[in-house]
Design a protein around this ligand. Structure first.
Ligand code: HEC
Ligand code: HEC
Ligand code: HEC
Length: 90
């Protein structure tokens, strides 16, 4: 029991920022967002978190993700643009 608890605590402490999020909105959307990969390749936090302390994004929602996520992918010609590339079910 103690061993199991120790393992759980170790896992929790080694990942203060999750490697990837499943961002969900509404009933149908389950989009995987590789957070850590973006942190590395974009080399910072401001593209998505602005000048705020990085954390939950207040304005997150359909409009924000499509403008921000898809917008950057189109501009940088990298990353998914087609619906089905993000939404496995569309
Ligand atoms: C490409 C976009 C993007 C970049 C770049 C980015 N994030 Fe995030 N981050 C997100 C999204 C989307 C969420 C989920 C927000 C929500 O659910 O409200 C998030 C959530 C978070 C959270 C809250 C959840 C948690 O695990 O505690 C933290 C902290 C965070 N980001 C830190 C960072 C840091 C630090 C950086 C820079 C090194 C960074 N982020 C770069 C998009 C990004
Ligand atoms: C770059 C990835 C990406 C692409 C490309 C994309 N979406 Fe999304 N979309 C998302 C994310 C992430 C959310 C969830 C937002 C949230 O949790 O706040 C979302 C939310 C939605 C929602 C609202 C959620 C729901 O289930 O009702 C709809 C509808 C939607 N997208 C349709 C589309 C359609 C149609 C296209 C193609 C024209 C498209 N999306 C392209 C990432 C994407
Ligand atoms: C400022 C630019 C930028 C923003 C904002 C951004 N991305 Fe990306 N994304 C990229 C780039 C560049 C790539 C290409 C792979 C790489 O360099 O990491 C990418 C790749 C991806 C991939 C494919 C990963 C793989 O391994 O093939 C997914 C999925 C993705 N992005 C989802 C999202 C979602 C969802 C959001 C919004 C929450 C988002 N991205 C916001 C720049 C961005």
């Amino acid at each position: 029991m103690l061993k199991l608890l120790t393992i759980i605590i170790c896992i929790a402490m080694s990942s203060p920022i999750q490697a990837s999020y499943v961002i969900t909105l509404g009933k149908n959307s389950q989009v995987v967002f590789p957070h850590k990969q973006h942190q590395k390749s974009l080399g910072g936090c401001t593209d998505c978190h602005g000048s705020n302390t990085p954390g939950p994004i207040a304005q997150i929602g359909e409009k924000w993700v499509h403008d921000t996520c898809k917008g950057c992918h189109m501009e940088s010609k990298a990353g998914p643009i087609e619906c089905h590339e993000c939404h496995a079910q569309i």
